[in-house]
Design a protein around this ligand. Structure first.
Ligand code: SF4
Length: 248
């Protein structure tokens, strides 16, 4: 268990401030887009208490992981680390990507930052981009693991027809595509800030990166731009796996 996370440094503060600004910009752009979408009769089914997608794997940057790290209590960091260790176990055992995702949703399970009594995110202000830009144009059951597999061939054909004529989708999936495009500047900002502040970029699994960002040896290596030493620190922590950690 990680004793205490490293304190923010000028380097990490520059990165997290830029990410927070990018979140704010995205929030304004998304809000404007939604106002127009609703005015034209579009529908979004997500709302407080709906958490069907909070058991999906989430990819992010170390820049975003640092925002989450700085918001979490020691107790929540410990819960995130326990989740990260299940993620690693799944990455080691899963024979392919589809199995990895299915097992993540069914066995690794819901994000430890989800408040299961209210169904709400307990760290809403710090949540990563993927949690900010994933919206459904169909009812929540369509987002649940196993729903698609439970449909008959006729129902799957009907789904394809329904998605194709639903405003806001990309025509193939029931998620609201323009909101994902609007969040792209957040990813760009994260990439640029990591390169500027650290000289390396780090991408990977949400819970693994938050856990690593709370380790002094990992962050010391990152702040020196030493990708090899950072990988070594991740390995010592038992959190290095090419499927869920990229340091470049
Ligand atoms: S951070 Fe919040 S919104 Fe994102 S998966 Fe976890 S509980 Fe859900």
């Amino acid at each position: 268990m990680n004793p205490s996370p490293p304190r923010p440094t000028p380097q990490t503060e520059a990165v997290t401030a830029a990410v927070q600004q990018a979140y704010a910009n995205y929030g304004q752009a998304a809000s404007r887009w939604m106002d127009e979408f609703f005015a034209e009769g579009g529908r979004i089914f997500c709302g407080a208490g709906c958490f069907g997608c909070c058991n999906m794997p989430i990819r992010l940057s170390l820049a975003e992981a640092l925002v989450v790290r700085d918001a979490l209590s020691a107790e929540k960091l410990a819960a995130v680390e326990a989740h990260a260790r299940q993620v690693i176990g799944n990455a080691r055992m899963a024979p392919d990507d589809d199995t990895y995702v299915r097992r993540h949703r069914l066995e690794v399970g819901y994000c430890p930052l989800l408040d299961r009594t209210t169904g709400q995110c307990s760290e809403y202000a710090a949540r990563p981009t993927r949690c900010r830009d994933t919206f459904s144009a169909f009812p929540a059951r369509y987002c649940e693991e196993g729903h698609w597999e439970s449909l008959s061939t006729r129902e799957k054909r009907q789904y394809a027809r329904d998605v194709a004529r639903t405003p806001g989708t990309d025509g193939e999936l029931h998620y609201v595509a323009p909101l994902e495009y609007l969040s792209e500047p957040v990813w760009d900002t994260a990439a640029e800030m990591m390169s500027q502040a650290f000289g390396v970029q780090v991408w990977g699994d949400f819970w693994v990166l938050v856990t690593l960002s709370a380790r002094a040896d990992f962050m010391a290596a990152i702040e020196l731009g030493d990708a090899k030493a950072a990988w070594g620190a991740a390995k010592r922590a038992g959190l290095a796996h090419p499927m869920i950690l990229e340091i470049e």
